[in-house]
Design a protein around this ligand. Sequence first.
Ligand SMILES: [Zn+2]
Ligand SMILES: [Zn+2]
Ligand SMILES: [Zn+2]
Length: 130
Amino acid sequence: MADELVVESQIAPPALSCPKCEGMLPMTLGEVSCLLCEAKVRIDHPLTRRKWKEEKLSCPACSKVLVAGVDQRPAQLKCGTCEAYFTLEAQTPRVEIACPGCERNLRMKRRPGARNIACPACETEFVVRF
Ligand SMILES: [Zn+2]
Ligand SMILES: [Zn+2]
Ligand SMILES: [Zn+2]
């Protein structure tokens, strides 16, 4: 089985919160469901779609620069040079969260929903929610 090649887009869709519970919505476009209250929300953003379509990225296999040409993420792309298939994902923004145990700043991906975190420095376990 070949390794799955994934490239992270440089363009993040707008960060929106759920109109019902104020929780963070998944960062994508189209029909999304809130991970906290399961409300269904339609998100569209023509500017993001245009930028996604015109985005230039390097092929993860041969590093050649290509244009995405598709206005959705994730997208399945094929490199015209080396013919490798890869997945282009929406950008996940990073945030810094202070550990409640040692106050060290931990850098993590901001993904919607709740997650258990164990601080690598002091091993305090805590929950983050976006
Ligand atoms: Zn919600
Ligand atoms: Zn390639
Ligand atoms: Zn800590």
